[in-house]
Design a protein around this ligand. Sequence first.
Ligand code: 5GP
Ligand code: ZN
Length: 110
Amino acid sequence: MCIFCSIGSGEIPSEFLFESPNVVAFNDLNPQAPTHILVIPRAHFENAAELATAAPETMAELFEAAASIASTRELDGYRIVFNTGASAGQSVFHAHLHLLAGRAFAWPPG
Ligand code: 5GP
Ligand code: ZN
């Protein structure tokens, strides 16, 4: 069973920072910045490309949720990341948006 499917369905109790019929957001277990939130579709899609193709409205909702969280928290700049494929650092194969903030970010990314 996919861990993010279990979180999205509520089977694994989690504190949701944003919740809608299609999307939930929660803190990353292993934060890489003072703010590190994951925004996911409740439905299973393997990666961002699959999500964008199969459910573009839900992909838009992920970005809307991230913007809403950033606005509510008055984040002073933030970075959004979708790791796609193991070689790019994807370790959970259920599409998820990383919302990172609260420190300076290098460019180009590591
Ligand atoms: P990826 O490496 O696939 O881009 O990101 C997966 C992210 O999910 C990682 O940042 C990791 O810390 C986080 N993660 C993995 N398992 C869990 C979990 O059970 N709960 C939460 N909150 N985060 C998780
Ligand atoms: Zn899943």
